[in-house]
Design a protein around this ligand. Structure first.
Ligand code: MTE
Ligand code: MO
Length: 318
């Protein structure tokens, strides 16, 4: 069966995906795999939102500071089907593979340099905080961009709850990983820096913008978007936002993180959105707005420094 890339995919693939440089062969296999399953997808017409409860949050408040990100929100059907979640695969049908994520009895362990280390059931943890909605711009390092109405709570509320000690300088976030379930993890060949980890400085985590999402579009997070708890750091490239978090550790040194371990030159620890700092393999001067889909060319817009959030975060880096 011949594979004809959809216009939006071929455009995206030109810019390339994060793993391309270290394993081109696996990547090409992935594309061929996608081609083979496309007609099947069309026949079955699965619903990417079918597995999440349709019950909306009771009293959801839209935070007025974050209601107008200067662009319209991305349609829900795009946010829930155009994903990166390498534990489950490297193709753009990964939202289907991600349905294997087991959400039952989810726990989050908070450890390290804190006064109150503890393992929480996810519901116990989330119920501690008032849930709000924030519409944020989202920018992947691969130069595609969206606007997403997240639901969740700011990270500084968790800091207040667990009380890091004065020795805590950094935070490492770890995503769910179980090779029996996260079968796409093999994309790294024999080299496995799994589980997926990310890190922030304490000051970054304490910033008003740093957010834990538990939902999106007024509903609980779909698995493919990182249920049940996911980081959202809107002034940084999307890879800094680890999905499906199981562990949060407070430490005194900058942690090794997933992409930074694979290639520090291409994925620096800070990864702040910056139009003037090209990725070694492409420019970051512009971004492509993920929109309508196959038949429409994506709109190109100039990238904005700190993704437009400089008034909140520039002082962290001066
Ligand atoms: N655990 C985990 N978190 C992850 C990733 C991943 O592969 N695994 N991909 C990152 C990248 S590169 C991006 S752009 C965003 C994509 O989030 P979305 O699929 O909800 O749009 O998730 C980030 N978080
Ligand atoms: Mo990304």
């Amino acid at each position: 069966m011949a594979f004809t890339p959809r216009p939006w995919e071929s455009q995206a693939d030109q810019i390339t995906s994060e793993e391309l440089f270290w394993n081109r062969r696996q990547f090409l296999k992935g594309i061929i795999g996608t081609g083979a399953t496309l007609p099947l997808i069309a026949c079955r017409a699965p619903d990417p939102l079918a597995t999440i409860p349709s019950q909306p949050y009771g009293s959801l408040k839209l935070n007025p500071q974050f209601k107008s990100p200067g662009r319209p929100p991305t349609p829900e059907n795009l946010t829930s089907t155009y994903n990166n979640f390498y534990e489950f695969g490297s193709g753009k049908s990964v939202w289907q593979e991600a349905q294997a994520l087991p959400l039952e009895d989810w726990q989050v362990t908070i450890s390290g340099l804190v006064k109150n280390p503890r393992t929480y059931d996810i519901d116990t943890l989330v119920k501690k905080f008032p849930i709000e909605e924030r519409i944020y711009r989202f920018r992947c390092v691969e130069a595609w961009a969206m606007v997403v109405p997240w639901v969740g709570f700011p990270m500084h509320l968790l800091l207040k709850e667990v009380e890091p000690t004065a020795a805590a300088k950094y935070v490492r976030f770890t995503s769910f990983y179980d090779p029996k379930i996260t079968k796409g993890g093999g994309i790294l060949g024999s080299y496995h820096p799994w589980p997926y980890t990310e890190g922030l400085t304490i000051q970054e985590m304490a910033n008003e913008l740093a957010f834990f999402a538990t939902g999106v579009y007024g509903k609980p997070l779909p698995k493919q978007n990182g249920a049940p708890l996911r980081m959202v750091i809107p002034w940084k490239y999307g890879f800094k936002g680890a999905k499906s978090i199981v562990k949060i550790e407070f430490i005194d040194k900058q942690p090794a993180t997933f992409w930074n371990t694979i290639n520090a030159n291409e994925y620096d620890f800070l990864a702040n959105v910056n139009p003037d700092k090209p990725h070694p393999r492409w420019s970051q001067a512009t971004e492509r707005i993920v929109s309508k889909g196959p038949s429409v060319l994506w709109e190109i817009r100039p990238t904005v420094v700190y993704n437009g959030y400089g008034s909140y975060v520039a002082q962290l880096y001066s």
